[in-house]
Structure formats: structure tokens, C-alpha cells
Ligand binder design. Sequence first.
Ligand SMILES: [Zn+2]
Length: 357
Amino acid sequence: MNKAEQKFLYELLETPSPTGFEMPGQRVWSNYLKPLADSIECDAYGSTWATLKGKTDKIVMLASHADEIGYIVKQITSEGFLRLDRVGGSDTATARGRRIRILGTQGDVTGIIGNTAIHIRKDLSNEKAPKIHELWVDVGASSAKEVEKLGIRVGVPAVYEGGPFELSNGNIVSRALDNKLGGYICAQVFKKLAEAKNKPEFTVVCLNAVQEEIGGHGAKMATHRLMPDVALCLDVTHATDTPGIDKATHGDVKLGKGPTLTHGTCNHALVVDRLVKVSEQNKIQLQHESSSRYSGTDTDSIFVTREGVPSALVSIPLRCMHSVVETANPKDIDHTINLMTEFVKSLKPEDTFFHQL
Ligand SMILES: [Zn+2]
């Protein structure tokens, strides 16, 4: 990752885009790709895609999601505190005692999610993660009127403070690596393909879809419109190599051992085979995961569109998902960029990824 690429990733990470409010992040993403793309478009709800014309009209779609988890203001108390609701799978177990950025109508307001001191909490030995309605936010106001003056009303979104930094081994830590890392990687793949001497055989459509965290809605709308011939979906997956995670339950995925390829359900066997072949030919590290029903990613929405889109899920191992200390490995990022780029380069006009009887 060079300086300019890191600047782009960090800007994506620092720009809040909670589900339903993705446009600030989409503008950062589309500005980066604009000089490289034949066109950049966006639909009614904000899913955004860049197109790189290939030698044929057949389309390969590279899909990531633009939204991040967050909160939304549910109620404002007469004493000037805020009550929250979840946007996506926000984890209340890590919420108390954190700084939060309220995306108010007059600009951002920093507040804190309160934490009653350990000395005066009741029944400590039976303590559980707080319920969402038990969280309270202090934005420095002492009445509902003062809250209103700050540009905060019911329905404004919020995200944790928690910008990117690097650990001593170079691992990247930030909130919202899920899935801004996906948007970053797809953009790098697009850049490599756009700057290559030869045009790809397939037209490349790089999609940054909205509203994944609440059910793959953006990917559904955009795939229906774009109807690709083949799709790779890129998201994060749980690295299970930290203490206390049962591998029998959650599988064995390590940070720094390359992206994972998921087998089963939404993952078309022939697309998966091609990815394995590409990884072997180019010596790209790959880990494997199984899916017994749902993948829990946009792939579930993409593959069932109209008469079906041959699809596969590639995932970047991530520690501490849905927290402000999500952790990813730079080698995994490089391997994922290579895998997706080489997959696109491997496509020939006659490739259909249709099963034959
Ligand atoms: Zn995700």
C-alpha cells in the first residue's frame, strides 16, 4: 500500500457512512475511481458503481458494501440525554464508556456513551451486556432544547469515534474496516485493471452497495439493474485465531494467511473452482470456509437475482468484527487484490459458468 492508497483507505474509514446514510463515504469512493472509470453511476438509494469497458459486453461484477454499523437517536430526554437504537449489528457489550460522533443536521457533535462507575453498579457478579435502551449519551446539553440547538433530533445517525492506526506488526486497526476495506480492495483491483496495457475481456463493474448490514438491500437493487454474467462478492470474515474462540463452532481462519474462499450455497462451484485455479497459478495464499445455508453477506442477495448470477464470496479475515478495534492484516489485503485481479484477467469471452448436463 503506497502513501496515496493509504490516504484513500484512511479517508474512507474516517468518513461516517452508517446504513441508510452512506452518501459521504460514496462520494470519497467515487471521487477516487472517477479518473479511472469509463463511467460512475449511482441509484436511488445510493449504491454506486464504476464501469471499465472490456473487449466484450459480458460483465464481471466486483461487489463490496459501503455501509457501516452505527446507531440512530431514538429519544431525547428532558434532561438532555440521548437514547439510541442500533443500526445493523452494533455490539452494546463494547458501547459504554466510548466517544460517539452524532451526525447532526448542523454538523458532527461528539458525545460520550455513559458508563456508571464500577463502584456503584448493582449486582456486578451477574452483570450482562447492557440492552440497547439502557445506553445513554451525553452531548453536553442539560435540556431537550439545548440538544435541539446542537442540530440533534430523533433520527439522526451516529458512529463510534475510532479512526485508523497501525499496531507494531503493521496490522491495521479501525472501526468500519467491515467493509470499507472491501470498498478499498475492489477500488485497487479496478485501478490495476484500468491501468493495465490490455483491456480485460469482460466489462468490469465495481459495485459499492448500500444497506448490507440490515439485509443486502443495495446489492439486490443494483444486481437486478446490472445483471452481471459473473460476480465476486468481497466482505470480511471472522479470524478465529484470538483467545476464547471455539474453532469447532466457528471454523479455523487466521489473520495473515490470505483471503478465504467460501464453498457451498450461494457460491457457484465453477466460479469457486476458477478462483482456486487462479490462486494456485499465481501463488496466492487462500483459506477455505464452508457455508451450510446463508453466507450472511451480499452474495446471498446477488446470486438469486432474476434467473441467477454465478457468484462467489471472497472474504478478508478480520479480528474483533463490529467493534472499534477491528483488525486486519496488510498481506491479506495484497493477496485479495491479486486474487480478484487475476480472476478478472482469467476470464475468456466463452466463459459462462453455467453447469452442463
Ligand atoms: Zn460486512
